[in-house]
Design a protein around this ligand. Structure first.
Ligand SMILES: [Zn+2]
Length: 111
């Protein structure tokens, strides 16, 4: 369980201005950008991808605790795959912000 399982940045489309990057190496509560203050304190597979299915989704949630402000939040990664077994490739991953109580706070972007 480490921050390295989470991409450093995700991107969201912002109208005609193109892709807006959001850093996942800073606290999404206080904005502290010292990533050594961020701890992955829990990881949970919300939905497991079916091995045999031709297209699959996997949802993994990471609970992040910031040692700077003391707040915690959840990053929910929805991996979208195409193909089954060895031929499976990741198409994209949606990253959503949740509270630790499971309340969705919005889509941050994709990678
Ligand atoms: Zn913080």
């Amino acid at each position: 369980m480490s921050l390295s399982e989470i991409p450093p940045k995700v991107y969201a489309m912002v109208g005609t201005r193109g892709l807006h990057p959001i850093s996942l190496r800073e606290c999404l509560r206080c904005g502290c950008n010292d990533s050594s203050k961020l701890r992955v304190v829990d990881k949970r597979v919300v939905l497991k991808a079916e091995e045999e299915a031709d297209a699959a989704k996997e949802v993994v949630e990471y609970i992040i605790k910031c040692e700077s402000c003391g707040e915690s939040y959840a990053l929910r990664l929805t991996h979208v795959y195409s193909g089954a077994g060895d031929k499976r490739v990741r198409i994209t991953t949606f990253v959503h912000l949740y509270t630790v109580d499971g309340v969705e706070e919005g889509w941050l972007g994709n990678y």
